[in-house]
Design a protein around this ligand. Structure first.
Ligand code: C2E
Ligand code: MG
Ligand code: MG
Ligand code: MG
Length: 275
């Protein structure tokens, strides 16, 4: 009985794995097609200056408007894009589209100071990112200070030397650099000293249970304290409640982002909200 069941289970898993592999190949093909067909969208989430409540920046977040599955989130397709290398053309599209939209906002005279774009590790390590950024800025005649790149600590895990060189080259263009999901990676804090970083984004994980959880409050305060001494600005991610915002404001966190202030939305909707 056990043996029969074992075989059955094995067969089940084999079938499931084959199905999974087939599904991956199918999604990869679809994503390739989506890129060409223009099914990707950028949504923008406001970043608020906690002091005066103004929208001073936005973060571009990619979506896939799938013809039959509806609006897909990054979690549904980015891991696959990173594994297959499709993240490279996808990332180029994101960069170009964000610069185009930033130029539109700049021309409209909005008070936005910056558009932040997420960049994954393969984009930094496997292509000439500084050249791509420079050409996107030039194409849209966007001053570099309007663009921020969000990188993760994992960038420095495999090849810190090369990572540092690329960040220096990006910084030399005049764009600003932020460390996303700060505190969730495994890299040493020493990098903060050597790298040309402007901003830290405290991960939602640490913001979630503030102000109730004493440990999370301590982590957030220590991060803010360290950032101040290093001359870095902090953006708190995932702010959902007024109590969280109040705690962060009280501890002099410069900026916040989260559903309390607005979800990611299409550019037109954000412009309408702002005006
Ligand atoms: P991230 O850069 O840390 O972006 C923040 C994520 O948290 C976004 O999820 C955002 O919608 C979500 N979020 C914002 N405020 C709140 C809140 O108050 N509560 C909760 N529960 N969630 C909130 P999203 O859009 O699903 O993106 C997930 C991740 O995918 C991003 O995390 C980023 O790492 C990656 N990503 C998104 N767009 C791009 C892109 O264009 N290129 C690359 N390479 N990665 C991207
Ligand atoms: Mg981000
Ligand atoms: Mg983040
Ligand atoms: Mg994240």
């Amino acid at each position: 009985q056990a043996k029969a069941q074992g075989r059955g289970t094995h067969r089940f898993y084999t079938a499931a794995l084959t199905q999974q592999a087939e599904q991956r190949v199918r999604i990869e093909g679809e994503l390739r097609r989506a890129l060409l067909a223009g099914e990707l969208r950028l949504y923008y989430q406001p970043q608020i200056c906690l002091g005066d409540g103004r929208r001073c920046a936005v973060e571009a977040l990619v979506r896939w408007q799938h013809p039959s599955h509806g609006l897909l989130l990054p979690a549904d397709f980015l891991p696959l894009a990173e594994e297959t290398g499709l993240i490279l053309p996808l990332g180029e599209w994101v960069l170009d589209e964000a610069c185009r939209q930033a130029r539109v906002w700049l021309d409209a005279g909005t008070e936005l100071r910056r558009v932040a774009v997420n960049v994954s590790v393969p984009q930094v390590m496997r292509q000439d990112l500084p050249a791509l950024v420079a050409s996107a800025l030039a194409r849209h005649e966007l001053p570099a200070e309007y663009l921020e790149l969000e990188l993760t600590e994992s960038l420095l895990l495999y090849d810190p030397e090369r990572g540092a060189q690329i960040l220096d080259a990006l910084k030399a263009l005049g764009v600003s650099l932020a460390i996303d999901d700060f505190g969730t990676g495994y890299s040493s804090l020493a990098y903060l000293k050597r790298l040309p970083i402007d901003r830290l984004k405290i991960d939602r994980l640490f913001v979630r249970d503030v102000p109730d959880d004493a440990d999370d409050c301590a982590i957030v305060c220590a991060t803010l304290d360290m950032a101040t001494h290093l001359g870095l600005e902090v953006v708190a991610e995932g702010i959902e409640t007024e109590a969280q915002a109040e705690f962060l404001r009280r501890h002099h966190c410069a900026m916040g982002q989260g559903w309390l202030f607005g979800k990611a939305m299409p550019a037109e909707q954000l412009s309408a909200d702002t005006c």
